[in-house]
Design a protein around this ligand. Structure first.
Ligand code: UD1
Length: 332
């Protein structure tokens, strides 16, 4: 049977590369478009090793209308787009907001225009729990309002969801909580040029000796042990949610919706550090530092909507996420 073509923007990135593997394994034909501005060919090689086959990829810039036109001309059977391509360093977005508006919103605008021109009617968008800001009710459900974004990065996620809502194509926005870990082979992962800002990659750098020590940002929050609480989702579970969303969108006549992608359980920063030490049998040197500006005290997902509607459930353990994150760091 002929495979369904799915365009994956940012398919060489951390989450994109994991999604490409799951799409391929589920019988789709993923077509990667990436300009490698913040990813690496290493992930393409890793994908090919995992699937034991070649993967289709085009080195194009999603903000360039001419290039996107050319891409849709070459790949004329695309039925859906999964849009990962975006910048994601929260702190950088505060320093260089324009870079984030131009790239993250600009690429979506070009994509929506090109999809319309080539009559591609389905989009799955990489969103983030950052759209909720600091939620009033926990666990946070998709019904919670968008609060004032904590950063320009967050603003771009909110604006992109709104742009997609206004368009007349079918859409599913997936609001990721905190993705962690790597594929079991540890052949793909985060290759971005950004200095890591996220907790687990920083812990890995301390473990490897790239950093001497790290800080836990604040231990005076109103949480179980005073440190911030997040919902850490294994990147392979997250990747599989894209397959579930794709199956659903292709079987729906008209759809516009959003789903939380999280485990539904809060874990504190202190618990992450302690679990990493225990699982990987390695000591992490850390100090308690001041709170980080813009941090939300506690956020974790209500994932019942996607459980019920798409029969998606997280199955990977937090321990395996911490193990594979560490092996990926050593393999990099
Ligand atoms: C942030 C963004 C989120 C984005 C995600 C992916 C906000 C509010 N959230 O999530 O929208 O999708 O990054 O890039 O901007 N921590 C330490 N020490 C460190 C690093 C982190 O204690 O050296 C703590 C943080 O204070 C936080 C937790 O670890 O409480 C997780 O931080 P991080 O991995 O950066 O993710 P978020 O801030 O939750």
């Amino acid at each position: 049977m002929k495979k369904i073509d799915v365009l994956v923007t940012g398919g060489a990135g951390y989450i994109g590369s994991h999604a490409v593997v799951e799409l391929y394994n589920s019988g789709y034909r993923p077509i990667i478009v990436d300009n490698f501005s913040n990813s690496s060919i290493k992930n393409i090689e890793g994908i090919e090793q995992i699937i034991n086959n070649k993967v289709v990829f085009h080195e194009f810039d999603c903000t360039d209308e001419d290039q996107m036109n050319e891409l849709f001309k070459i790949e004329s059977n695309i039925e859906a787009v999964i849009h990962f391509a975006a910048f994601k360093a929260v702190e950088e977005s505060v320093r260089e907001p324009k870079k984030y508006y131009c790239n993250n919103i600009g690429s979506l605008e070009v994509l929506l225009k090109t999809m319309k021109r080539y009559k591609v009617n389905n989009i799955i968008f990489s969103s983030s729990c950052t759209v909720y800001g600091s939620p009033d009710i926990l666990p946070v459900s998709e019904l919670a309002p968008f609060k004032k974004a904590e950063s320009p990065y967050g603003e771009t996620k909110q604006l992109c969801e709104k742009l997609i809502d206004k368009s007349d194509i079918n859409s599913i926005s997936l609001r990721y909580f905190n993705p962690v870990g790597s594929h079991e082979t540890c052949l793909i992962g985060d290759c971005s040029a950004d200095k890591p800002n996220n907790l687990v990659p920083i812990i890995c750098e301390v473990a490897s000796g790239k950093r001497d020590s790290m800080q836990i940002f604040g231990n005076d929050y109103n949480t179980i042990d005073g440190t911030c609480v997040r919902d850490y989702i294994h990147v392979v579970d997250l990747a599989k949610a894209h397959v579930a969303a794709l199956n659903h969108i292709l079987n729906s006549k008209k759809i516009k919706t959003a789903y939380n992608i999280g485990v539904g359980k809060g874990v504190s920063v202190q618990e992450v550090v302690d679990s990493f030490e225990q699982i990987n049998d390695i000591k992490i040197s850390y100090k308690i530092g001041p709170r980080r500006a813009g941090d939300v005290e506690e956020i974790y997902s209500d994932n019942s909507k996607i459980n019920k509607e798409l029969k998606w459930f997280p199955i990977m353990s937090f321990g395996s996420a911490l193990k594979t994150a560490w092996i990926w760091e050593k393999n990099k």
